[in-house]
Ligand binder design. Sequence first.
Ligand code: AMP
Length: 113
Amino acid sequence: MEKTIFQKIIDREIPADIIYEDDQCIAFKDIQAQAPVHVLLVPKKLILNVDSFEDSDRDLAGHLLTKVSAVANAAGLQQGYRVVANCGSDGGQSVDHLHFHILGGRKLTWPPG
Ligand code: AMP
């Protein structure tokens, strides 16, 4: 199976502006930022999206969620931020490797498009 673009970043085959990494996940700046700060938090394990979590992913899911605030802090988002996981075609997902968008650095509007 062809590697996802995020797997290539994890494997250091293409460059990224990495702001956090541990044994289970990596966070790097989105190449097409939709806010002054736009970071993607990605598990190293290939999971398609939040719809694909299995019971065996419980620890990893918890790990990812607990790392959101560490990544947001490292990105300087002390005034708040938004966490988004686009899921499937109607959800606007374009990369088939689970990722949480962490957006901030300005007042964000609601609802999204
Ligand atoms: P989604 O549309 O929710 O699947 O989000 C995929 C995100 O990945 C988009 O915001 C893209 O801008 C971002 N993206 C795609 N390629 C790269 C890359 N090489 N480095 C950083 N971000 C990327």
